[in-house]
Design a protein around this ligand. Structure first.
Ligand code: UDX
Length: 432
């Protein structure tokens, strides 16, 4: 099948690579010339496990372009462009419509237009109306096909997807989509395949992401209460997880969720519920809890230092919103750096891969270290923001060896509190 994928961000690029790998002829298009130049050299513009390998494996079926005439003659067009959050929390669909306008210009036969970007309920209907109003001579059928990949395991999550959701209103569109994904429905992938109406498909994405965000916020609140009442969240979540209805996943307490999806999708669904006069108060609470949770370490640090952080050397270990990605979107580290700057702290940061990106944001307002040892030297306190393996496996004796005062505020529960205490480290973690 001839497939065009619009957008070479996480969703678009991974989708394009995987669809090419399973045998489709795929063209990935992006407006960003630099990204396309890199991809043509087989280099990915994003940091993602196995992506380089699969770019190579799929190379005979995969091309990259910035030329919109690529939409000509395609069977399926997949829209995987960003839908960033507007000020009011709603999703900005400008990029989706930019792609539509190019499809309108270049489509020369009936085509299936798949929306993979996360879009508010009803968008697929609207887009189809728009496309057919502009091109009455051909049939441009819109299909909702949301993506559930996680950064850091995106290729695996697409090949061995938890499910493929296809929302359509047209029998031929269902047929084309089944053909597109056929190889993934068989051994060794055996991906469950669900067909439904377009609005349900759009809702599956929001309802799933927001449910996971709720789970995290719930456990963060329980963890905070554990701290107050002398319970240990590790023991509590272990005890909870034996109930199969609860499970053990997404019950890891921390300093709040970040990334490109949960923050944006909770706000978008909340916005949608409000304008439909059916406010999702649970989602609203989740957004507020997460905002507060991101500052839980900072507030404790501020209290411990009697609200005076001026000139104190504070080190932040881990900057990305989670390990195995270089993504800083909505990362708790950034809010903490901003607060520490407001308090005139002397800030040093370390991250195994995101230092260059952070430098572009803060320039010489903060200091950058190339190793953990260097970062913590003479430090008054360390804040751990990302549970990189390198940080979890760090020799904890070095904290007492290198720091001025061994005060560790761990937002990702990387170490055993008993061991830390025995080493003479002043250790604060989440819910333990
Ligand atoms: C998420 C969803 O998992 C994925 O299905 C969807 O398609 C996109 O959004 P991603 O943003 O890549 O994926 O990361 P994820 O691993 O879900 O983590 C999101 C945030 O939640 C991170 O900041 C992580 O640290 C935090 N988190 C996750 C917790 O604090 N506790 C947990 O138990 C799990």
């Amino acid at each position: 099948m001839k497939v065009v994928v619009a957008g070479t961000g996480y969703v678009g690029l991974i989708t394009g690579v995987v669809l090419a790998y399973i045998g489709n002829k795929v063209v990935c298009i992006d407006v960003d010339q630099e990204k396309i130049k890199l991809l043509r050299q087989g280099k990915s513009s994003i940091y993602e496990k196995d992506l380089d390998k699969y770019l190579l494996l799929a190379k005979d079926n995969l091309t990259f372009t910035t030329d919109n005439s690529c939409y000509k003659d395609s069977d399926v067009i997949i829209i995987g462009v960003g839908t960033p959050e507007r000020q009011d929390g709603s999703a900005n669909l400008d990029y989706v419509y930019d792609v539509c306008n190019n499809i309108i210009k270049y489509a020369n036969k009936d085509m299936v237009v798949v929306i993979k970007s996360t879009v508010p309920i009803g968008t697929n209907d609207e887009v189809e109306k728009y496309l057919s109003s502009k091109r009455k001579d051909i049939k441009l059928t819109v299909v909702s096909n949301p993506e559930f990949l996680s950064q850091g395991s995106a290729i695996h999550d697409t090949l061995y997807a938890s499910r493929i959701i296809v929302g359509a209103v047209d029998d031929n569109a269902f047929k084309v989509m089944r053909e597109l994904y056929e190889p993934l429905l068989k051994e060794p992938y055996n991906v469950p395949y669900l067909e439904m109406n377009r609005r349900s498909a759009e809702m599956v994405k929001y309802a799933s992401n927001d449910f996971l965000a709720l789970k995290i916020s719930y456990i963060n609140e329980i963890a905070n209460l554990c701290n107050k009442v002398g319970a240990n969240i590790d023991e509590v979540t272990k005890g909870m997880s034996y109930d199969k209805r609860i499970g053990s996943l997404f019950l890891k307490p921390g300093i709040g969720y970040g990334g490109s999806c949960f923050p944006k999708d909770t706000k978008a669904l909340h916005w949608l519920s409000k304008i439909n006069d059916c406010e999702l108060t649970l989602v609203k609470a989740c957004i507020e809890i997460n905002k507060k949770q991101k500052l839980i370490l900072f507030n404790k640090l501020r209290e411990d230092f009697n609200y005076s952080l001026k000139g104190k050397k504070i080190t932040i270990l881990g900057l990305t919103f989670k390990p195995m990605t270089d993504d800083l979107r909505e990362a708790p580290s950034l809010v903490n750096i901003d607060m520490l700057l407001d308090y005139d702290a002397d800030i040093t940061v370390y991250d195994p891969i995101a230092l260059d990106k952070v430098k572009k944001i803060y320039n010489n307002k903060i200091k950058y270290a190339n190793t953990i040892d260097e970062a913590i030297k003479n430090s008054d306190a360390v804040l751990i923001m990302t549970e990189w393996a390198e940080i979890k496996n760090y020799n904890i004796d070095n904290y007492t060896k290198y720091m001025k005062y061994a005060n560790i505020y761990d937002g990702r529960n990387c170490y055993d509190p008993v061991i830390m205490k025995n080493k003479g480290i002043n250790y604060y973690s989440i819910g333990r």
